[in-house]
Design a binder for this molecule. Sequence first.
Ligand code: ADP
Length: 491
Amino acid sequence: MEEQNNQSTKRKIAFVGSECYPFVKTGGLGDVMYALPRALIGLDCEVRVFLPKYACIPQKYKEKMVHRGSFMMNLCQGGREFFVGIMELVMDGVIYDFIENEEFFSWGNPYTDLFADIPKFSYFSKASLAVMNYLEWTPDIVHCHDWQAALVPIYLRTHFAPTPVGQAKSILTIHNLRFQGICGIPHMKYWTDIPGEVFNYPYMKQGADDANMMKGGLAFADCITTVSETYAKEIQTPFYGERLDDHLRYHSGKLVGIVNGIDVEQWNSETDKLLAAAYTSADVVEKKKVNKRALQEELGLDQDENKMVIGLISRLTNQKGLDLVNAILNHIVDENTQVVILGTGDSNYENSFRYYESENKGKICAYISYNEALAHQIYASSDALLVPSLFEPCGLTQLIAMRYGTIPIVRETGGLKDTVQPYNKYTYEGNGFTFINYDPSTLFDCITRAKEVYFGDREHWDEMVRRDMAVDVSWTKSAREYLNLYEKLKG
Ligand code: ADP
């Protein structure tokens, strides 16, 4: 009986988003969709995560999924019906409901092009809510992530308002405002069948003829969050606002910044099986050298544990400050400094980094690929990690770096500003090196300052390494903030 009572007091949270580690991940969204539900389970919530069942999900997970039912769902104007299958998997207390539809999710990649992605994620958003009703599981909160789930708050207050799930409150989290899901109004109207008034200016309409999913979702959500306090302020300005700054200022009363954490079990240098040598803060200095030599050997760099290795792990897009890196890469490396880049993305960056590698054999490695295992090894083996982003909503790589005793070198923007305190060479405080102006010479100057401490004052460098490993980058604090928000919304 008591157990039943406990059950009934659990907050029920639905997560809706387009990617989630370890099933499919292209960036930080995938990490958050994995780690935050697990942290909420630890706070006694019941969490279901709704995801598309993409063809690219590894077979070992597909084999474990259990069929929970299927039905036909009306999606478009004119009443076109689509199949909705539900495949379920439970992992560490989190229930994952994968939405199955061959027509939308048979591509290898979660994202193709916007013209195809708009129907795909319209279907996904509507199907997620339909599945909650089908399973007779009514959440307290539907927590939606980025533009791919931004129609959910709209559907919740329109098509689904008179149904059980319509009682839920909604939160829309902005992981990256640059991506909004914009297309011509007729295309959006046809696929979503959303009532005409939602296509007015206060909601989805943008410019003369476009509909914007993110804009509509922000208007309809009961609460908006983004992934750091600084980014929450920045996006209300024209420079960072991606043409939605006025809309966000209008809705600022329901906008909150909560910084991301990382899953400290997934990212743990002490138990990480992918490393040549696992380590703690007690033996980090020695073991980092072992990892460094292994990495240098694997990547064809000159093998010398005394060289400073600077890592960069990133999607290769202009958001990440790669123009700055491009401009000075030749000058960062020297007889004592190496650079390792791991990333994929825009071909101009891929090609220029490959070129710099060929010009600096043994000093630069440009590993143009997406590779989880190598990412772990670079975090562990590097002395510093470069994150010079033009904008960065939160950024996870600097948090992972700190956890692995790797000193972040970051631009002071978004979550980078909130999580990296600049090193003070007089008081020896701080946990990384930072710069403000988006300019190659400022980045160069910042890297030079890092080198000066690394080569000239190793004692304080090593102290900072150990200090960084002790920083709490887990989800503990932020998950509690989300829970408080859920409680406040539910009243
Ligand atoms: P974003 O979400 O903008 O891509 P974040 O810093 O929030 O940036 O998250 C990036 C995540 O993706 C981190 O977990 C990082 O380790 C991982 N990552 C990025 N590029 C690669 C890559 N080429 N190979 C492996 N992991 C990568």
